[in-house]
Design a protein around this ligand. Structure first.
Ligand code: NOJ
Length: 538
């Protein structure tokens, strides 16, 4: 690999603005609130902030339904606030990327308002209209087609009814999007996270939706029109791309996207082919094999991102860890994930070991996906008990509860009741407490990212999975010319013994607790994590 690019060893922190910090006491997070926490992010070691959407939106899908790409929603502040945020981020030597949601808009976007007026409106072809619906279903339940009474045609929406899909076959629409992208890049932002971008090449009439036949040519066109010649980073949300397709898109000297988000690892607790709500026990061997596949397939030929959680995924420590061992399992998850090759992403609160929510009343859940799913599953005969079990395990609101800053009422997120209830464990789990304690998830993250920066092996080294069939231990090597990093993580609440010893010519770079090793065997405590570095030859 050539020289490391800034976005390859950057540590990216995702902010979900609604739930990060409320500065004006309306119960909703906002941009001035984010500005007030930049020193905290700098202290943690963040290099890049990814801001989930802050554009004008009726908030049907919490901002992923945009009604004006050129405006900041008043809930979050003003354009001046945004420019100030960007300036303050840059002042601290960090970078800022925005969310780019261009598979669809809100139905309140003026393009759609025009489009629905008549079949010969100039904006009609900005969206997808048909006389007869097909069998395609929406990600948020029900048909993907909605009859619009004004013209008696159906419009297409892969997400909520209030998120009509844009018609990427239309060159005028594409040019409008490129103009908008350039507008934001010209403000000085440092790149984009591209929402469900593998949908923009779809051929709806032939049921080819994700990774559709036109994807590469459209990404190429976007690259030429917007990103070429600019030192910005792009990360595409691409659930459908296989490893070899990730290579096509992120490999080579002028990649169409710098990296992608792949979701294979977070789908392993679902019954294959039955959607996210049909739960299956995670098999650690399967998880390791997935990572091995991605790590080896992209080595020197593409680039991936490393994440457990985001605003769509449940909190990692509740999902893969063990709350009896919250510190150990949160730090173990960080170690095994960020020890691999790829750009690391942390979702707000993950650095505190924040946990998922167990609200008892459905009203406490806010996510449209969850509410649609409840209706759908009840109609299919699911019991309320099974529905709640699925929501606790997979609901998106798990990660959307307000950030826990301190132990004051509403967790220091706001002085008033927030738009979504705070997790009741905020008095124990919060940023103030984590920063004060010596043994905390926060400090472990800080140290882990410093260590990651100190050795190129994390970015360049090859990957070799060890103990592949062990049901609890995730052990792998990262190997560079001179050094090897041995990464060890245990997904078990009991001691695991291995008949191997650690090489004597090395040292622990980081550990979440002590490990016991003789020259014959190593005994690994519950949820142990550590990275051991040794020289390849004496
Ligand atoms: C993916 C986003 O991450 C999710 O939150 C959103 O609901 C869909 N795309 C639609 O924009």
């Amino acid at each position: 690999m050539d020289q490391i690019k800034w976005w390859q060893d950057a540590f990216v922190y995702q902010i979900y603005p609604l739930s990060f910090c409320d500065s004006n006491n309306d119960g909703i997070g906002d941009i001035p609130g984010i500005i007030s926490k930049l020193d905290y992010l700098k202290k943690l070691g963040v290099d890049v902030i990814w801001l989930s959407p802050v554009y004008s939106s009726p908030m049907d899908d919490n901002g992923y339904d945009i009604s004006d790409y050129y405006q900041i929603d008043p809930l979050f502040g003003t354009m001046d606030d945004f420019i100030k945020l960007l300036h303050e981020v840059h002042l601290r030597g960090m970078k800022l990327i925005m969310d780019l949601v261009v598979n669809h808009t809100s139905d309140e976007h003026h393009w759609f308002q025009e489009s629905r007026k008549s079949i010969d409106n100039p904006y009609r072809d900005y969206y997808v209209w048909r006389d007869v619906p097909t069998a395609i279903t929406s990600v948020f339940s029900g048909s993907a087609w909605e009859l619009d009474p004004q013209t008696s045609q159906y419009y297409f929406h892969l997400f909520s009814k209030k998120q009509p899909d844009l018609n990427w076959d239309n060159p005028d629409l594409r040019n409008e999007i490129y103009q908008m992208i350039n507008f934001w890049l010209d403000q000085g932002i440092d790149g984009f996270r591209l929402d469900v971008i593998d949908l923009i090449g779809k051929d709806i009439d032939h049921f080819q939706l994700c990774d559709g036949p036109f994807l590469d040519q459209r990404l190429q066109e976007m690259y030429e029109a917007c990103f070429k010649g600019r030192d910005v980073m792009t990360v595409g949300e691409t659930p459908c791309l296989s490893a070899s397709r990730v290579r096509d898109v992120t490999g080579g000297s002028a990649p169409l996207l710098n990296m992608v988000f792949q979701f294979g690892h977070v789908g392993l607790d679902e019954v294959p082919g039955q959607g996210k709500w049909n739960l299956k026990k995670l098999d650690i061997v399967e998880l390791k094999r997935y990572f091995k596949h991605m790590q080896t397939s992209l080595y020197q030929t593409g680039w991936n991102s490393l994440f457990w959680a985001n605003h769509d995924q449940p909190r990692a420590v509740s999902r893969y860890g063990n709350l009896q061992y919250r510190y150990e399992s949160a730090t173990m998850l960080a170690t095994v994930l960020y020890g691999m090759q790829g750009t690391p992403y942390v979702y707000q609160g993950e650095e505190l070991g924040m946990t998922g929510v167990s609200y008892t009343s459905l009203d406490q859940f806010k996510d449209i996906e969850t509410h649609n799913m409840v209706k759908e599953k009840l109609a299919l005969g699911w019991s309320m008990n099974d529905i709640m079990t699925a929501i606790y395990a997979k609901g998106r609101d798990n990660s959307r509860s307000p950030m826990q800053w301190d132990s004051s009422p509403y967790a220091g997120f706001s002085y008033v009741a927030p738009w979504m209830d705070v997790n009741p464990n905020y008095q124990e789990i919060n940023a103030e407490h984590e920063q004060e304690s010596i043994r905390s998830v926060f400090h472990y993250y800080q140290e882990l990212f410093q260590i990651r920066k100190s050795s190129e092996t994390f970015t360049k080294g090859s990957f070799e999975l060890l103990e592949e069939t062990h049901p609890f231990l995730f052990i792998y090597k990262r190997v560079n010319e001179n050094h090897t990093l041995l990464v060890i993580g245990s997904f078990s609440d009991s001691i695991q013994s291995l008949l191997v010893s650690l090489p004597t010519n090395g040292k622990w770079l980081i550990q979440n607790q002590d490990i016991f090793s003789t020259n014959q065997h190593t005994s690994i405590p519950p949820y142990f994590a550590g990275i051991y570095e040794y020289k390849n030859r004496e």
